[in-house]
Design a protein around this ligand. Sequence first.
Ligand SMILES: Nc1ncnc2c1ncn2[C@@H]1O[C@H](COP(=O)(O)OP(=O)(O)OP(=O)(O)O)[C@@H](O)[C@H]1O
Ligand SMILES: [Mg+2]
Length: 452
Amino acid sequence: MQFRILVVDDEKNIREGLAASLEMDGYQVETAADGDAGFKRFRKGDIDLIITDLRMPGLSGEELLKKVDSETPGIPVIVLTGHGTVENAVAAMRNGAYDFLTKPVDLGHLSLLVKRALQSRELLLKHRRLEEELAHEKQFRTMVGTSAPMRQVFDTISRAAPSKASILITGESGVGKELVADAIHDLSPRKGKPMIKVHCAALAASILESELFGHEKGSFTGAVSRTRGRFELAHEGTLFLDEIGEIDQNIQIKLLRVLQEKKFERVGGEETIEVDVRIVAATNKDLKAEIEKGNFREDLYYRLNVVNILVPPLRERKDDLPLLITAFLREFAEENGKTLEGIDDKARAALYAYDWPGNVRELRNCMESAVVMTRGQVITAEDLPPTVRTQNDSGWIRIPLGTTMEEAEKIIIRDTLSAHKGNKSKAAEILVMGRKTLHRKLSEWGEDDGGE
Ligand SMILES: Nc1ncnc2c1ncn2[C@@H]1O[C@H](COP(=O)(O)OP(=O)(O)OP(=O)(O)O)[C@@H](O)[C@H]1O
Ligand SMILES: [Mg+2]
């Protein structure tokens, strides 16, 4: 890296002497005869270090330092000072100067000082670059969306996040509920503290209970030691209860108590434990209907649903498609080391026409497979999964000539699922196929979303 140094001094001899010496060290050097000219040059950019006299007509070295620092903090400034005015130099250092040199300048000392200052400048620049890359990567992982319904979701997130209020996120499978939960935690004062996630549907009731509240040694067979539950682990942070609609009545009661009193006991324990936990829950079930059926406690529902965030299905916010498509294309092109220019009109039209019963998750999978399948630099309709390419509401499944058995099976399963809004039990019944087999196949294709 070639550094550019700006030397500001009203004394021509000093200016040129320093410049010559620094040029010998291999730096590019520019000079200015007073503070104003120096600041003007600095503003044009590209200066890595400034050496300035303190006392000059017009803008003094001290003032130049302040202006530079307020405009671009981090540019090293070395000040020059005559004998007997060292106090001024020390004051300048307090104002952010990197170091000072007394006149007559010892060129060896100057050379060393400049080298050191530029080394730390280089580190700073490197650090900034890394930070920018990281910020960019983060953007990738956060939610994309500019449609009116998504703006409303973002607005609710940013208003509700700072509080302690419980939040219930509702919406179909694959709409992005977990991303909303992540965003809530990240935008809350609890960021930096734990964000603990519990997938309530995946665990049997007894295991879920001890997962949530922990257990004492010997409280049940297999409880060989005292274990802290997720509530304790989430202390001062956020607890995300995914698929809350699936939890057992007994646990609903315990949960209600924690929400009301912030207190609970471990399974098999006497000690009452107090926690400070913010609850975010999610479900793709209609909890109101579950309450009617007697499966979900109404009092718990109201405790959880202090703020409700409904994430709309993708088919109701197709305005988000262009951004989502671009984001996923970029993500998977990078992951697969491919250079892609984009997507052609026919493919785009197919993506827009499709209903996306599996929502953003289905779109993401679709874009991944398109990126993997495509041979060219532009995604064409042929690169899209058959279900998307040939969506029809005709009650027919269309399988193009030349399709392999394996592909045909995929088309049949996907179309049947999509015709029944992703309901796997229904699809398995129609296909006269075991539900387990269906799950296994979908997970082989990376399409099992865990739902029924
Ligand atoms: N707005 C979005 N921008 C970018 N990616 C998204 C967006 N919404 C969802 N996704 C991606 O789609 C996938 C599904 O999202 P997520 O797991 O949050 O859905 P969900 O609503 O929790 O689904 P389920 O009910 O099945 O648990 C994830 O890979 C997620 O990163
Ligand atoms: Mg989820």
